[in-house]
Write a protein that binds this ligand. Structure first.
Ligand code: SF4
Length: 475
């Protein structure tokens, strides 16, 4: 295979299994031809690779997640080695039929957090818009295998309308992520229509697309496609590469076309046992990515999704990988390792602990080599100095989602689990010491409302008294 750095970044064919050697180049580089010649059965695949018994069994089983592989991507598989990282991602094995503790159909509770079908509004200022259930090829560990691959689950025109209407009517949304399935397999006109409608919404500042098409079907990223997306900047694309084997000259050329069209590229990979759960492999992967101008963005812990049990690693392995990346290579090449919270809490970033200890004005830190140092904190730091400038920027509402930052910001003093007050009332009747009239005694002074919020009765006076007291001390 040619070195991507020296490749001419044209439509030249580098990656093709011998089985397709007689297919004319124009056909091979036609994404429609690739889509209509995908492989999905024992019969199709046994002429390309030597299938194991486990692979044959899974390919013949009913009810497993859909199989479909583009000839281009199938050409990356090792025909004789079932441990090939590309093969493991797309060819099912009997291990998919093994259930495991905590496994779920919708492990991120996405459908539960959808105000309209296919639109997940989990974070304060952004939404995930599922626009199709179809992909160019299907990954065995897919988080959305409950709907992906099933054409009967795909979204209708009226559902797109409902998704877009929700975004139009929700001004707090500034960022829309298109996903699926894979938005880049949509009919070009349909994707164009969705992007143009989102682009027309004044409060939508950026649109992102999550896609594995540049990896499964790089020929889809043609001039017309790039011209179309360049109408809708700022548009960002995250691709999905898990193994250095997937970084081919064809992917390099597709990434080059997209970046020339002004699209910043990131990569999301999933930590997969037997595919990329190795510091050495992850280093190689991130280096190959930055060479083609793709910034490693997320490394996901594998979700608790049905069929993916055998791909899961321990979280300790993820931490070890981050230990082996941070400091050992450029910061640009280091992704954020995240667990997408089972039950729907969103992404939780994890990394090794670099803070060893803290005192009143000192923080003891360690670096990747184990060098231990001390950062002396300023004793005269004035965190209020910035307030005048800060006041020039309108705060963004995060209704009900100000979280831990809300504690630091003085919006609230504690976060209680649901039902906390009832549990602690122990079923007793309301009495003179805990009646509604007593509520003021649990209101911490100065906490609970910021500029623009309504203060509780009497709070304004208490704050004024507090401020007067502080001034006096200051004098
Ligand atoms: S490309 Fe994405 S949505 Fe499609 S099967 Fe793979 S992980 Fe799932």
């Amino acid at each position: 295979m040619a070195n991507a750095k020296n490749s001419p970044l044209t439509d030249e064919v580098f990656t093709r299994a011998p089985y397709w050697k007689d297919v004319p180049d124009e056909k091979w580089m036609d994404w429609r031809w690739q889509m209509s010649h995908r492989l999905n059965s024992v019969q199709d695949l046994s002429v390309i690779i030597n299938l194991t018994d486990s692979e044959r069994k899974a390919l013949s089983a009913q009810g497993l997640f859909r199989v479909d592989i583009t000839p281009y991507f199938a050409s990356l598989m090792d025909a004789d080695d079932p441990s090939c990282p590309v093969r493991k991602q797309i060819i099912p094995t009997a291990r998919e039929m093994v259930s495991f503790e905590s496994m779920m159909e919708d492990s991120l509770a996405e459908d539960k957090h959808s105000p309209v079908p296919g639109l997940v509004h989990r974070y304060p200022d952004r939404v995930l818009m599922l626009v199709t259930t179809q992909c160019a090829s299907y990954c065995r560990y897919c988080t959305r295998s409950r709907i992906v691959g099933d054409p009967t689950q795909t979204f209708s025109r009226s559902e797109f309308d409902a998704q877009i209407e929700y975004i139009e009517q929700t001004p707090q949304i500034r960022d829309v992520l298109l996903s699926g399935g894979d938005p880049m397999v949509l009919a070009p006109k349909l994707l164009d229509m969705i992007l143009s409608r989102l682009h027309a919404i004044p409060h939508v500042e950026i649109v992102r697309i999550g896609s594995r098409v540049p990896v499964f079907l790089p020929m889809r990223i043609d001039e017309r496609f790039c011209e179309m997306v360049s109408k809708y900047h700022p548009l960002w694309i995250n691709i999905h590469v898990n193994s250095p084997k997937e970084v081919t000259p064809e992917l390099a050329a597709a990434a080059d076309r997209l970046t020339r069209a002004g699209v910043p590229l990131g990569n999301q990979s999933v930590l997969l046992a037997g595919v990329n759960d190795s510091v050495r492999i992850q280093r190689k992967l991130v280096h190959e990515l930055v060479k083609i101008r793709v910034r490693p963005y997320y490394l996901y812990q594998c979700d608790l999704v049905e069929g993916a049990g055998h791909f899961r690693t321990s979280i300790s392995k993820g931490i070890e990988i981050m230990e082996g990346l941070r400091g050992h290579t450029s910061g640009y090449a280091v992704p954020t390792y995240v667990v997408d919270a089972p039950g729907g809490g969103g992404k939780i970033p994890l990394q090794p602990n670099y803070i060893l200890s803290q005192g009143v004005d000192k923080v003891v830190l360690r670096n990747f080599e184990g060098f231990v140092t001390t950062y002396s904190e300023p004793r005269d730091y004035d965190a209020d100095e910035i307030k005048t400038q800060e006041a020039l920027i309108e705060p963004r509402p995060e209704t009900g989602q100000d979280g831990i930052y809300g504690l630091l910001d003085g919006r609230r003093m504690f976060i209680e689990p649901q039902g906390f007050a009832d549990v602690h009332a122990r079923g007793g009747a309301e009495h003179r010491l805990r009646s509604g009239e007593q509520a003021q005694k649990w209101q911490p002074l100065g906490i609970g409302a910021l500029e623009g919020d309504k203060l509780a009765d009497g709070e304004e006076e208490k704050r004024q008294a507090l401020a007067d007291g502080e001034e006096k001390v200051g004098e």
